[in-house]
Design a binder for this molecule. Structure first.
Ligand SMILES: [Zn+2]
Length: 357
């Protein structure tokens, strides 16, 4: 049983104290309420609702300079994003997890503003998409495991970019089947920061090359609990033995590129969806997340950028999961209860943090 003083000490260290009525209202000795760090502060994990677990709202500073003709300025970008995000809210989504890291244009103030104005909860990330950053003008905060661990912990415990807004998840991008030396440093740092803070990890995984297996070997070497790791873009594999091997070891799978199968990328949309059903039928609904890895929800792309993401984002944008994926899964026999597990219960337990023992 957790000692209440220890929980409060942990919550204070994790920067979770201010609005933590749920902690203070609980009698000593009760199990702590898992909380999630959102851009608006800590939230009782049971309030997340339907959660899209791997998205990108907008890498705002970058887009404004890249496509200056598309918006008159930041205020217009915000209002257009809010307009689109309200549609996602109206479709029944409660929370969006934005996995845009510092090196690909994360703008934490933008995220907080569009979250507040759209009514959607948002979880921001620490971590790194490309190791090294693709833009040579963006310096890495550190090149060692210890240095990166400290950077990730700082963004989780103190805040991001000089704000008090804290990261609720760690994202690491690994390009091919095996991490490079620098990617391995990033993954080990993510593992250590996760263990120190209780914040979970999501990886960009090249599933077609079965890359999750090499991530798993490193994460196991770091003694990370596999239930705190989601290997995202996993549906790019389409091989049941790959999926079953990972979920049996305890890993979660982000099935968030299913729409790409509809746009001719192999495996097909139908195969990717069928693999989700087979995982559910095999008793692993608790290990599956649904999302669509859309940029701007695929709905906010400017005219000038039509060739950039239009080919890989779904035409429904961030409405793909609710409007197309879920109805299709139901059509092929996935139950409402299993859909609820994948879209509501899994994010609640994955993103919910309790005090480390
Ligand atoms: Zn992504």
């Amino acid at each position: 049983m957790q000692n209440r003083r220890a929980i409060l000490k942990w919550a204070g260290a994790a920067g979770l104290m201010a609005p933590m009525a749920s902690f203070s209202a609980r009698a000593a000795g009760d199990a702590p309420v898992p909380i999630v760090q959102t851009v608006s502060g800590p939230l009782d994990a049971s309030k997340l609702g339907v959660t899209l677990t791997h998205e990108h709202i907008a890498d705002a500073p970058d887009v404004l300079t890249r496509w200056p003709k598309s918006w008159s300025g930041r205020a217009e970008l915000v209002s257009k994003a809010v307009e689109k995000l309200k549609l996602v809210r109206a479709a029944g989504v409660g929370t969006i997890v934005d996995l845009t890291t510092y090196d690909v244009g994360r703008d934490i103030r933008f995220l907080e503003e569009v979250s507040r104005k759209s009514g959607l909860n948002m979880i921001a990330c620490t971590g790194q998409r490309f190791l090294p950053p693709q833009d040579p003008h963006i310096p890495m905060p550190a090149g060692t495991i210890a240095g990166l661990t400290e950077f990730f912990k700082k963004e989780i415990q103190q805040g991001i970019d000089g704000t008090a807004i804290k990261a609720g998840v760690i994202k690491i991008g690994i390009i091919t089947n095996r991490p490079t030396a620098l990617e391995e440093i990033g993954l080990r740092a993510a593992a250590r920061a996760s263990k120190a803070t209780g914040v979970p990890i999501r990886t960009h995984t090249n599933a077609a090359l079965r890359a999750g297996e090499s991530h798993a070997a490193i994460l196991e070497d770091e003694s990370v609990n596999p239930a705190r790791v989601s290997l995202d873009h996993s549906d790019g594999s389409g091989e049941m033995d790959y999926f079953l091997g990972l979920v049996k070891r305890g890993y979660c799978l982000g099935m968030d590129h299913v729409h790409r199968g509809a746009a001719d990328a192999k495996p097909s949309f139908e195969r990717r969806a069928d693999c989700i059903k087979q995982l559910v039928d095999a008793g692993f609904a608790k290990k599956v997340f649904l999302s669509q890895d859309a940029e701007f929800g695929g709905l906010l792309l400017p005219e000038e950028a039509r060739n950039w993401r239009e080919k890989i984002d779904p035409p429904e944008g961030m409405l793909f999961t609710t409007q197309r994926m879920v109805p299709y899964l139901k059509k092929i026999g996935v139950s409402d209860s299993d859909i609820h597990t994948m879209t509501v219960e899994n994010p609640r337990s994955f993103f919910g943090q309790v005090a480390p023992r």
